[in-house]
Ligand binder design. Structure first.
Ligand code: SF4
Ligand code: FES
Length: 272
């Protein structure tokens, strides 16, 4: 029994069901190497394991057999960091609504299942290795405007900056975006509208973000447009998002962007 299998047994505290699975996993040695789905048998997988723990077990077995383990990303393993970006049976983050890959448990699958695991497929997220993609295109959008210029100093006294509860709740909903990229992977156009809208909204809705409201939205949307596809309202992004970010934020972003195009206009001299 591997360490991961032992931990799963100890945390459950009771005998639990196991699954015999067949994995079809995308293997690709590097960005320019040919890739293909590789069939890997995964017998005796506990239903108590998370999807990533299942991959850990498979990797431990592969290492013990002298094989190259599967490269995949993860960090927090509690739905916060957005690293665990996997296409599972053709769905970003797998079959459970509002659930990141690291929070998906093997009890969502049945004994004898074949599970296909692939990386995000988007031109803006080039493949690094196996299931790992480069999502730094998101960083370019954040760099364009995902900050505030005002000095926030130390923690202010309560009520010093009154913010209506509905506004702070909405900003918090937007701030729940973990930057995983499922919205882009799910979109037939490879658009990043939902991610960008969430990042714009969580700053633009609050007083601290107000001074750069229109500069921010224009810079972030223009950067997004240069890197990703265009939105045509399929709403696949909203359905795939593990944080259930609403497409309403896209409407808010579009409204601010339109205003920004007037407010940020520079008056050019017409003199010859
Ligand atoms: S909007 Fe949702 S799917 Fe897109 S990056 Fe943020 S959390 Fe992930
Ligand atoms: S590993 Fe951090 S969100 Fe899944």
């Amino acid at each position: 029994m591997t360490m991961t299998e032992l931990n799963a047994t100890q945390t459950s505290g009771s005998p639990h069901r196991t699954l015999d699975l067949t994995l079809k996993i995308w293997r690709q040695a590097g960005p320019d190497a040919p890739g293909a789905l590789e069939t890997v048998d995964a017998p005796g997988i506990s239903t108590e394991m998370s999807f990533l723990e299942m991959l850990d077990v498979v990797n431990e077995r592969m290492v013990n057999a002298g094989e190259e383990p599967i490269a995949f990303d993860s960090d927090c393993r509690e739905g916060i960091c957005g690293m665990c970006s996997l296409m599972i049976n053709g769905q970003p983050h797998g079959p459970e609504k509002g659930t990141a890959t690291c929070q998906l448990h093997m009890r969502s699958f049945s004994n004898g299942d074949t599970i296909t695991v692939e990386p995000w497929r988007s031109a803006a997220f080039p493949l690094v290795k196996d299931l790992v993609v480069d999502r730094s295109a998101f960083d370019r959008i954040i760099e364009a405007g995902g900050y505030i210029s005002v000095s926030t100093g130390s923690a202010p006294d309560a009520n010093e900056i009154p913010v209506p509860k509905v506004v702070s709740d909405t900003a918090f909903d937007a701030a729940a975006c973990i930057g995983c990229g499922a919205c882009v992977a799910a979109c037939p156009n490879g658009a990043a509208q939902l991610f960008t809208a969430a990042k714009v909204a969580h700053l633009n809705l609050l007083p601290q973000g107000e001074p750069q409201r229109y500069a921010r939205v224009e810079a972030m949307v223009d950067t997004m447009d240069g890197l990703f596809g265009s939105c045509s309202n399929h709403r696949e992004c909203e359905a795939a998002c593990p944080k259930e970010i609403s497409v309403d934020f896209i409407a808010l972003m579009n409204k601010d962007y339109l205003r920004a195009k007037f407010k940020n206009r520079r008056y050019v001299s017409r003199k010859p």
